[in-house]
Design a protein around this ligand. Sequence first.
Ligand code: SF4
Length: 859
Amino acid sequence: MGAIRTTCAYCGVGCGISAKVTGARSLTIAGDMAHPANNGRLCSKGTHLGETVGLEGRLLHPMLGDRQATWDEALDRVSQAIAATVADHGPESVAFYVSGQLLTEDYYAVNKLAKGFIGTPHIDTNSRLCMASAVAAYNRAFGEDVVPCSYDDLDCADLILLVGSNTAWCHPVIWQRIEQARERRGAKLVVIDPRRTETAEQADLHIPVAPDGDIALFNALLASMAEAGEVDHAFLRDRCDVRKDFFANLKNAVPGIPADLFRKLAKLVAERPRMVTLFSQGANQSVCGTDKGNAIINLHLATGRINRHGAGPFSITGQPNAMGGREVGGLSSTLACHLGFSPEERADVAAFWQTSSLCNGPGLKAVDLFRAVHAGKIKFLWIMATNPAVSMPDAGFVREALAKCPTVVVSDILTDTDTARFADIRLPALGWGEKDGTVTNSERRISRQRRLFAAPGEARADWSIIAEVGRRLGHGDAFGWETPHAVFCEYAAMTALSARHGKLLDLTHWADCTPGAYQAMEPFQWGGEHPLAKRFPTSDGRARLVRVQAPAAKSSDAWPLRLNTGRYRDQWHTMTRTGFSPRLAAHRREPLLEVHPDDAAKHGLVDGGLARTETPYGTAVFRVSLCDGALPGQVFTPMHWTDVTGSMGRTGRLANPQTDPHSGQPGFKDTPARIEPVEPDWRAFLATTVIPETMPVDTYWSRSRISAGWLYEIAGEGTFAIDTLLPPGKISEAVDHKRGMRRIVATNADGALVAALFLTRSGMLPPRDWIAAELGKNAAHAAEWLAGRPAQPAPDRGPIVCICHDVGEQQILAAMADGAQSQADVGARTCAGTNCGSCRPIISRLLEENRSAIKEAAQ
Ligand code: SF4
């Protein structure tokens, strides 16, 4: 079979992929050279998608509780539960919590079922956690949720401001485009972020704003542009609605930012009108995220830096189809197709769907939706393709809500997730590589995701599961689709309503497409490159400058620190896919608490030790990583670990559930916190081919993928039955009194290593790489297994930097000592950084840190 063109499963860049099926569940992956979003580039996550398509852990059959059921049984049970709940408690007692992982066809189907036929407005999506503030800001400024830019704008910008975006890690292919713009055109890069991330380290200027300091910064930039005569009065007059006193009382200074640093930034902004501001979760995940978005948009409108090549306020989404969900109406604050809930809009939607059960007004946003579940108002909840027991803020409260809800249905690809543990009914859905439909990326480009594999077991497409339930509820005519093509055509036809209400979303030219045309669809951008060039879709066609005020600074003696949360470069959300890739796991094996050395010293933490992090919402334990990239007073933890992959490293239990008043997006980036050391009696690691049935340890454990199994880091108090951790087999044991270490290995009947457990109370544990790589091998090295290292150790490679070519930090430093002076030199000597490029920021940092040593070596 030849290559199939499809789209990446992960972030909102929406890269095109050329995939070749090489076996029952195996693939080779390359970037699609013809896809305009990436022109052949891929990041580490996209490159290693082939490692995540196995069937390990897959849910393959419908389950009622722990009993396998037929689809008929399961669908009957779901439909009956919905009908009974509506009959007893009304339609608003039914809710759906869905996901930016759904395809547009799935999203359209579930929105139609919920809002159109059950009559509940309570359908919201995990995109609420990601970029709802950007949606609200665009709506306030432009009258519609329209992203006014394209990726091509990055190629011709002279200045790129990144606000709350660790682009090099979270949107790496955009980062590669930015790198290219800097190399080719001398574009300047400014990173506005409280943390000195790998992205910030590469910038021309890093502005370390305080958490939620962005509004003050953008207001100050506006004031300085006004002073410098850079306001575009003609654009304001002709295209915008702006209050007369809009520029009054804006301060040309930012608390906490040195005046000379701000002056440098203001000079760059004044001199470079081709300016794109990319903003992401760091701006959106805030209790004032919408105001932040409008502060950014205000600057662009006031200076006329919009609707031109190389200029605009550009929100970049986290998920592969967050935009598709926004378009069809997956957010509870939209009815469908960018329409709201006015009587006219409702009447048109009801007529299009031919329903008399349309919901009345906007529904509950994610955080409030789970509050309503907790309060017993929602009695039936259907969760699709997302893991709210981990990812919602104050996730302990969300778990209580799920436990109380009379009926929880979970559609997922995995048997065991934290959320699935609360499900009454589990429905097996299709995963990436099995689905067929469309997604929209951050620049409004719609692309096909195409099927690569047959559906495993009894898994079904989400849209088709929803259609089955719709038919069982007596709405056969409305849910009669047999193919995703039929769903897409209906959605495309419905966008005619958007135009009728003055909106720009318009896919009507696809409404009558043939199945062949749908199958062959090339990526296309609705609205073109700059959709707001002719008019803004407000009632008078003019954009709004929205006056926004910086929030007051927060401090508390009881909670001396602020917790920021976010992503790792090589993991995705709750690791339900990336967690299966040994290469991706190599980047970060544990959840780390990044803390400034001064704060660590103040609170008694040591690098590599463990720390308890407490917030008003919960407690978690992380491995400490001293990091002077964090501002003093701030700490950072990753969002990825769950109860399936660790004991205490779940960040969601800590995060602030307070929300932005306009968007309902929670403030993940700024939670009051305190930290203290955890001093366990003993520490251990376990490399094993088999996941232990239970982990008899509470203090700390975390799990990551290795080639032949799993690697656990463990710490605890008291004693536990060691054999509960080991698979059956022959046990050999050694006690190293000198190093204070107990070493146990287990072998199977063939003498192959199946597990190695190293445990110490006070000493050092050996490096994990070698013994982990021995799993599954035969007994040739049995004596060395108990030593934990080979008789002739290979040189230490250090932490893996380039996962594509398996190159460690020490190898890169050796290449530098050998004369490598640039990325290209390092690539030529080690191959590092020559494939996906995700590790290039680290290589740049190593080059920078070692520049003087490199110079000396060259002399
Ligand atoms: Fe996938 Fe990486 Fe492209 Fe995002 S940047 S779509 S994760 S390949």
